[in-house]
Design a protein around this ligand. Structure first.
Ligand SMILES: [Zn+2]
Ligand SMILES: [Zn+2]
Length: 239
């Protein structure tokens, strides 16, 4: 499987990452990545992360640098178990690639019922495109029910290359989520969630897992350039 987009990346602007945008672009280009989604954290996750004004300024970026398409995105924080997000709706609408994630620095893990409620609210939020690293074992949820609703509302599931390292203990959960994605025909993207240049466009662990599970390649949106471009044009169409 050859992946042509890295759908979740960070630069120094996030406050917890170590390379610049230009360095990430060069790493992406060298590894054959055609689309780079710029998905910085938002200020409520980390004091050093940017405020909405940074995201509004992304119109200043060219669409393409050195053959790599830049996708205006964000990794927005889920603030509570009603699914509120820490970015104004009009800005979320303007961005092309919105990942919604739970981070323990922002939302304290509670119980399965509460986590399920939050993901069901996210499923119904039209501003959210991608479900960020929901294989975090600190936030168990009703996988079958939630994945079914993600599929019904046109969401995309993320398979995050950093999850086994930064959110250990989620192996069984991750497999259950992927199995539910197949059952409910929910498409996925594989992402690096790279916080340094050496991680950008690197997906070995995720690809090995997909192969082991015989995961259908047609459900992997960033495994085919045409497939990914089509999804992106639909997202851009929402502008
Ligand atoms: Zn995250
Ligand atoms: Zn991230």
């Amino acid at each position: 499987m050859k992946l042509i987009a890295d759908t979740h990346t960070h630069t120094i602007i996030s406050g917890d990452a170590f390379s610049t945008l230009y360095e990430n672009i060069q790493a992406a280009r060298k590894r054959g990545i055609k689309y780079l989604c710029l998905t910085e954290h938002v200020y409520s996750a980390l004091p050093g992360a940017p405020t909405p004004s940074y995201f509004k300024s992304m119109h200043a970026l060219p669409q393409e640098i050195d053959g790599v398409q830049l996708i205006r995105g964000v990794e927005v924080n889920i603030l509570d178990y009603n699914g509120h997000l820490d970015m104004p709706p009009d800005l979320l609408e303007w961005l092309e690639w919105v990942i919604a994630s739970m981070h323990p620095t922002v939302i304290q893990p509670k119980d399965k019922k509460a986590h399920t409620k939050a993901w069901l609210a996210i499923a119904e939020n039209p501003a959210v495109d991608v479900i960020g690293h929901c294989d975090d074992p600190r936030y168990p949820f009703d996988i079958d029910q939630v994945v079914h609703m993600f599929a019904r509302h046109g969401k995309i599931m993320e398979l995050n290359e950093q999850s086994p390292v930064t959110r250990p203990g989620g192996d069984i959960m991750r497999r259950e989520i992927l199995t539910a994605c197949v059952k409910h025909s929910l498409p996925i993207v594989v992402s690096s969630d790279g916080h340094f240049v050496d991680k950008i466009g690197v997906f070995q662990k995720s690809i090995a897992l997909l192969q082991e599970l015989h995961f259908p390649e047609e459900l992997v949106l960033n495994a085919d350039e045409k497939r990914f471009a089509k999804i992106l044009s639909e997202k851009r169409h929402k502008l």
